[in-house]
Write a protein that binds this ligand. Structure first.
Ligand SMILES: *Cc1c(COP(=O)(O)O)cnc(C)c1O
Length: 429
């Protein structure tokens, strides 16, 4: 099949994320990927600024990750997890417990981030049910959040971005309060948590948990907020007997400059969701962690167990490569990598702030965001970015990068400069 045939068949039959099948734009066919480069079937090489949606933190085709998968395939790719266990899963669970915030000791493996969020919600509900407070079956969350595309997760996404009107009557109704005020370094003002506290005061008897993305709100707006706000929110949860559910699916494994974003505030959530980078961008996998207290309470409830068990739970191949990804995080000194990227992003994206079409430029860890004043036409913008030799996938007003941690200073410079040139070309046309 040549590139043109591939693209035509793709357009005829294959649905892509959040895309129309009515005259869909052509997708770029990738033949292979190596390090921080995507290689298109026509030979074009693109520097990857997306890490395949926060996942490929060590770059593509990494020999250590490949080796871990090959060696696991030779033993077994998969076995059921009901009544069976295996070293890759046990090792991974222990390692995750060791590196995540204190108190998280029980690990539930699943196959994607959205499912990890469903599992977290179900844990919170079963916990209160077991404690004889079944009325605590709603969630509280902040606006501009993103927690996944399944119905339970969608119900706690931002009501506007998450298109709640489309599914009105189907989605469970939860409580929303304003997004935390923007800015990692913003000093906490007295009134910053007023709405959150008011909701808790009024509705805590119905609220099982507060679910949020700590410090970095990802797909709901690429916003950063302060550790002080998170610390105060965690304290309010304790005060009103509401569980804190930290969705670290995007932020986990170093992306924000701390291993987990909760670490910026030394907050210990009751439940934590992990996904995306967990396998270094190789396989779909996720985990939901909780405390011994919550796990024991659920297990002594009416059902005598936690009511969840995906077919591919604890997949050995995914666990093996997740362990290998943790090896690399340790060996590569992720902190130095992410700090280096943060400094370079600050330097190379700064010129954008002077442009009339730019609203805001912000950087945190290995995340760089250029927010423009009007939403960009994706197909036109994408073409300009590819012409610059970079792979960046904007959404709405957000043109942003979250590159693999192994990106060299030179590649990062090219990536940022290419992105800014593409923006310039877009807005000067
Ligand atoms: C991506 C994401 C999810 C959903 O994960 P999927 O693997 O796409 O289902 C949930 N929460 C956050 C914060 C995410 O970034």
């Amino acid at each position: 099949m040549n590139s043109q045939q591939l693209i035509a068949l793709d357009q005829a039959h294959v649905w892509h994320p959040y895309s129309s099948m009515d005259n869909p734009p052509p997708a770029y066919p990738v033949a292979s990927a190596e390090g921080v480069r995507l290689k298109l079937t026509d030979g074009t090489e693109l520097i990857d600024g997306m890490a395949s949606w926060w996942c490929a933190i060590h770059g593509y085709n990494h020999p250590h990750l490949n080796q871990a998968m090959q060696s696991q395939i030779a033993d077994m790719s998969h076995v059921m997890f009901g009544g069976i266990t295996h070293a890759p899963a046990v090792t991974l669970a222990k390692r995750l417990v060791d590196i995540t915030p204190l108190g998280l000791e029980k690990v539930f493996f699943s196959d994607s981030g959205s499912v990890a969020v469903e599992v977290a919600i179900k844990m919170a509900l079963q916990y209160w049910h077991a404690r004889g407070q079944a009325g605590k079956d709603r969630l509280l969350t902040v606006r501009n959040g993103y927690h996944g595309d399944t119905f339970g997760a969608m119900a706690v996404c931002d009501p506007v971005n998450g298109m709640h009107t489309l599914f009105k009557g189907v989605l469970p109704q939860h409580y929303f309060c304003p997004a935390p005020p923007a800015g990692f370094d913003r000093p906490l003002a007295d009134s910053d948590l007023d709405e959150l506290e008011a909701q808790l005061k009024k509705n805590h008897k119905n609220i099982a948990g507060l679910i949020l993305e700590p410090i970095v709100q990802g797909a709901g707006g690429m916003r950063f907020y302060s550790p002080a706000w998170l610390t105060a929110a965690a304290a309010l949860c304790k005060q009103y007997d509401v569980l804190l559910i930290a969705d670290e699916i995007a932020t986990g494994f170093g992306r924000s400059g701390a291993l987990f974003a909760c670490d910026h505030a030394q907050v210990q959530p009751d439940i934590m969701c992990l996904g995306k980078a967990i396998t270094g961008g190789t396989m779909s996998f996720a985990a939901t962690l909780t405390t011994s207290h919550i796990a024991t309470t659920i297990s002594r409830g009416k059902a005598n167990c936690f009511m969840h068990g995906p077919t591919f739970m604890g997949n050995p191949l995914a666990c093996a490569v997740a362990n290998a990804s943790l090896d690399l995080l340790e060996e590569n000194d992720w902190q130095a990598q992410v700090q280096g990227i943060e400094q370079d992003l600050q330097q190379h994206l700064a010129p954008a702030a002077a442009q009339s079409y730019v609203e805001d430029v912000r950087v945190m860890g290995a995340i760089g965001v250029v927010q423009v004043k009007e939403a960009v036409d994706l197909a036109r913008m994408q073409k300009l970015l590819v012409a610059e030799g970079v792979w960046v996938r904007p959404f709405g007003k957000l043109v942003y990068v979250m590159p693999p941690y192994v990106t060299s200073a030179e590649d990062l410079k090219q990536l940022c400069e290419g992105m800014l040139r593409a923006l310039e070309a877009y807005f000067s046309a």
